[in-house]
Write a protein that binds this ligand. Structure first.
Ligand code: CMC
Length: 422
């Protein structure tokens, strides 16, 4: 059977055979037969905007792989910085490569003093840390003017390291500011996740010693959030990057996309939802409301996964380990009942709505002491490596500037009428 499709323009009777390549049909071929007739696909639900070799996702089977490695294996055996290297370079690092990479990232964690003293301290006292992060990442481009040299490999590598290294510093700084605590400088003797926890929680002690179980859990959450192919924020990164703006500006746009409750804000929405449900007896009534179209079950459903999100499965296990240290999050029982009710209800079954990564991650973050406002920030820290891997891939593909078409549905041409005669 030929791996192709044939389309016919019924107005002219003309046909064109288009090859199916890597599971897609090139739109340039389509345009040969039908110039000026556009695919109407709001939300890009059936459009592949690029070819990519970074993450593989099979939504029906619940599979996620980074550069071919199953997420389950990486979650069990790897660490976030190694995964970041893998995403960016396509291969796992050798021992020497890893040591070098870890050293570089660790030694670029400091931010310019002006960034902290003048920029971050200029925010209103109750600024949302994600809003601060979006602006701070954009502001970094003004400190590193060489970032504009996006086709200079040396400069590119440097910005990648800076961004991955400085995200936790900016994230923790935003939090400390929002609670009126002094900024904590990075501790180069600590590993990536431990260093972040130190910058978050250190008070008067000489050196902050994070709990190893909690540090490992956070590192694991970083691995699970590092990439997820063409999600909304990665698409924002690629779209902005396609105009050849610098990586800080593109990353800031990606952060902004991640800020929304339909994307990185969903785990915050889950906690708010569970809190408003309040007790086990209210679960059924809440689900009934959702089924009547009043709100959504937060942390459920996914554009791509039509099965249990593999990341949610891993997180559910980690939650137990974290709760042994922190004590059980009182909202866990409500979450478990909600999941049980939904997974046995025809409304959710027929729409293939399963728990996604955010259903349990918020419970862990909350038990670890992170305020709700920090949840999207915690997502942005590791996703930076995914964004950058896509940015590099996009530039190496010499991709065109992102510039979709539209179907114009406005009024036809009409004459201007002066204000007094309207
Ligand atoms: N609760 C109740 N109904 C839902 C939900 C939900 N969470 N999600 C989808 N539906 C229903 C929706 O009402 C629609 O029903 P109908 O066909 O009767 O109109 C059907 O399922 C399809 O929904 P959709 O909005 O067309 O699906 P989508 O692919 O555009 O949306 C989604 C995906 C993630 C935005 C959506 O499922 C949602 O809003 N979920 C809650 C928010 C959430 O958990 N977001 C985190 C996503 S995972 C993290 C990430 O990767 O960023």
């Amino acid at each position: 059977m030929p791996e192709s499709i044939t389309i016919t323009d019924n107005r002219t009777g003309q046909s064109l055979e288009i090859p199916i390549t890597d599971g897609g049909v090139p739109a340039t071929e389509w345009a040969k037969l039908l110039p000026g007739i556009w695919f109407y696909d709001p939300g890009f639900t059936t459009t592949a905007a690029c070819a990519s070799s970074i993450s593989y996702l099979d939504g029906d089977a619940g599979i996620l792989r980074y550069r071919g490695y199953p997420i389950e294996q990486l979650a069990e055996k790897s660490n976030y910085l190694e995964v970041a290297y893998l995403l960016l370079h396509g291969e796992l690092p050798t021992e020497a490569q890893f040591d070098d990479w870890e050293h570089e990232v660790t030694h670029h964690t400091f931010i310019h003093e002006n960034m902290r003293k003048r920029f971050l301290e200029g925010f209103h006292y109750d600024a949302h840390p994600m809003g601060m992060l979006v602006s701070a990442v954009a502001a970094l481009s003004t400190f590193y003017l060489d970032a504009k040299e996006i086709f200079n490999p040396e400069s590119r590598d440097k910005q990648v390291i800076r961004l991955i290294a400085k995200m936790p510093t900016l994230a923790a700084a935003a939090h400390r500011f929002s609670v009126g605590m002094p900024f904590v400088y990075p501790d180069n003797g600590l590993k990536f996740a431990a260093n972040f926890l130190s910058m978050m929680w250190k008070t008067a002690e000489f050196r902050f010693e994070p709990d190893p179980v909690l540090t490992k859990a956070l590192d694991l959450l970083f691995i699970l959030h590092a990439d997820h192919e063409q999600n909304c924020s990665t698409t924002a990164m690629r779209v902005v990057g396609s105009s050849h703006s610098d990586p800080y500006s593109a990353c800031s746009a990606a952060c902004a996309a991640l800020y929304g409750p339909r994307h990185g804000g969903a785990n915050e929405a889950v906690i708010r939802m569970l809190t408003s449900i309040g007790s086990l007896e209210n679960v059924d009534a809440f689900v009934a409301e959702v089924k009547q179209g009043h709100g959504r079950l937060q942390g459920f459903g996914h554009r791509v996964y039509k099965n249990y999100d593999p990341r949610a499965k891993i997180i559910k296990k980690t939650a137990d380990e974290v709760f042994k240290i922190t004590g059980k999050n009182p909202l866990l029982d409500i979450a478990l009942k909600l999941e049980d009710v939904a997974l046995n209800d025809d409304y959710f079954i027929s729409r293939k709505l399963y728990p996604n990564v955010d259903f349990y991650s918020g419970l862990i973050y909350q038990a670890m002491g992170f305020p709700l406002e920090m949840f999207p920030v915690l997502f942005a820290i590791p996703r930076t490596s995914g964004w950058l891997a896509h940015w590099i891939e996009m530039l190496d593909q010499d991709s065109k500037i992102a510039r979709p078409r539209q179907l114009y549905t406005g009024t036809d041409v009409r004459n201007y009428t002066p204000i007094e005669s309207r």
